[in-house]
Design a protein around this ligand. Structure first.
Ligand code: KIV
Ligand code: ZN
Length: 505
């Protein structure tokens, strides 16, 4: 049996740190449960000392997960470690993840500490963490720009102190594959107690080499890869989980390893993250982009028809991309719908099924062919647990080249319905201005996009927005065959999320 490479997912920590990727606690729990289904070995839930909200969210994630290790991040000091432990101790399998920078650049400019002091801090922190759990990971931040002899010294010392995982991050995405390979080889050759730990890699993508660097590290001894779904993360992002997993699976001849990932859950996980954060997945993104399995040129299409082997190195099915088959018509019953939902990976409760069914019938009325992709979008929409403080009851807009756009909107909140109208620069602006007037809450629209779920003139539109309400930036999404209605729903989704955040505060 090939050796296992452990997948450490940091979407909810390093990924969430990237601009525009913030999620509410409920959204993070939803994402964490999906990551558990995907089969990751470790979920880094957050950095508990960062804020009370972050602490609460790490704690809730930790108590929601049963089959996966939950890591909490801490700097190498007691206050951070205590906070991280208090947040993750409810987990079935908790891990403390401690980091301190080891490069001279970071020591001189950021930490203002000597090498000796940093070594002492690292060892002290690992020992302190071991009072709480035997599962302690140590990360040497900026390892790839650190002096190799000093790095060997600190790695040896934290292993002696009791760390069980040692991570060597390429924090600024500076390295190239040959260099990372050499680094891991040197560490293994020069640290006498290295066999007592799992070596880990954590690469950023500033030069576009995060995945290649991670795989080079694996070839030279790393058995844990830290990565994020869709490669989201600080600056240019982290190594992308789906690319690493599928590279290992597809090129077993060169990378004789295996992971625990259920690859058919990959597409669903990627899509969920896109929906929750509003961070669009580029069409040409490997594995999960819309074009990843599309064959445009005649020569390629001809080849694929004769045998998929000609131009496909993996099948869409292997990563769970829904096939655009026509699934159901409006006369299909609930049983058929349930079966189809299960076939594409969603097990729904009775109430959820009822809601999905109503939306499906509604869509089938407007659109003859309801595909798997439509169904995924509907189910994601229904599973969105945001409390409906304001609900859209009615929307009518008028616009044209020589007309001032107007919108009439009716919103329901508790048992009150309020109807109002306003003008704007186009129907979306008029709709948003009317919503603002009804709710009395002003938001600044930072981002707006609309994508078709499938091809065809009758395709559903999925609108994504980022809205700034006071000091918070919130993502929202909305689904409809009418793009203005999808836009209104996206805005209300963001507003409702923000209101539920406010309630928690
Ligand atoms: O990039 C990095 O060095 C990190 C560490 C905290 C592991 O994210
Ligand atoms: Zn990082």
């Amino acid at each position: 049996m090939a050796e296992q490479v452990y997948i450490f997912d940091t979407t909810l920590r390093d990924g969430e740190q990237s601009p525009g990727a913030s999620m509410t606690t409920d959204e993070k729990i939803r994402m964490a449960l999906q990551l558990e289904r995907l089969g990751v070995d470790v979920i880094e839930a957050g950095f508990p000392i960062a804020s009370p909200g972050e602490f609460e969210s790490v704690q809730k994630i930790a108590s929601s997960l049963k089959n996966v290790t939950v890591a909490g991040l801490a700097r190498a000091n007691k206050a951070d470690i205590d906070a991280a432990w208090n947040a993750i101790k409810v987990a079935a399998h908790p891990r403390l993840h401690i980091f301190i920078a080891t490069s001279d650049i970071h020591l001189k400019y950021k930490l203002k500490r000597t090498r000796e002091q940093v070594l002492e801090d690292a060892v002290g922190a690992v020992k302190h963490a071991l009072q709480f759990t035997g599962d302690v990971e140590f990360s040497a931040e900026d390892a790839t720009r650190s002096d190799i002899d000093y790095l060997c010294q600190i790695v040896k010392a934290v292993i002696e102190a009791g760390a069980s995982v040692v991570n060597l991050p390429d924090t600024v995405g500076y390295s190239i594959p040959a260099e990372i390979g050499a680094l891991f080889r040197k560490i293994r050759e020069n640290v006498p107690n290295i066999d007592r730990v799992i070596l880990s890699t954590h690469c950023h993508n500033d030069l576009g080499m995060a995945v290649a660097n991670s795989l080079a590290a694996v070839r030279f001894g790393a058995r844990q890869v830290e990565c994020t779904v869709n490669g989201i993360g600080e600056r240019a992002g982290n190594a992308s989980l789906e690319e690493i997993v599928m590279a290992i699976r597809t090129r077993e001849d060169q990378l004789p390893f295996h992971t625990n990932i259920s690859s058919r859950e990959i597409y669903k996980t990627s899509k969920l993250l896109g929906t929750l954060t509003g961070l669009a997945i580029p069409r040409n993104k490997p594995i999960v982009g819309k074009n990843a399995f599309a064959h445009e040129s005649g020569v390629h299409q001809d080849g694929v028809i004769k045998s998929a082997l000609t131009y496909e190195i993996m099948t869409p099915d292997s990563v769970g991309v829904p096939q655009s088959s026509i699934v159901l018509g409006k006369h299909s019953g609930k049983h058929g719908l349930r079966a189809r939902c299960e076939a594409i990976g969603f097990k729904l409760g009775e109430d959820e099924l009822k809601e999905v069914y109503n939306k499906f019938i509604d869509l089938a009325d407007k659109k003859k062919e309801v595909t798997d992709e439509d169904l995924v979008a509907i189910v994601e929409d229904v599973l969105d647990l945001v409390e409906q403080v304001y609900q859209l009851e009615y929307l009518q807009t008028t616009s044209g080249s020589n007309t001032k756009a107007t919108a009439t909107v009716q919103l329901k909140s508790n048992s009150n319905s309020v109807l109002d109208s306003n003008v704007g620069d186009g129907p979306v602006d008029a709709t948003y201005k009317t919503i603002e007037r009804i709710t009395g809450i002003t938001g600044r629209l930072l981002e707006y996009s609309i994508n078709a779920v499938t091809i065809g003139k009758d395709a559903m539109g999925e609108a994504f927005v980022k809205v700034r309400f006071q000091d918070d930036t919130v993502a929202g999404h909305g689904l409809s065959t009418d793009v203005i209605e999808a836009s209104a729903k996206a805005y209300l989704n963001a507003l409702n999320k923000w209101l539920s955040l406010g309630k928690r505060k």
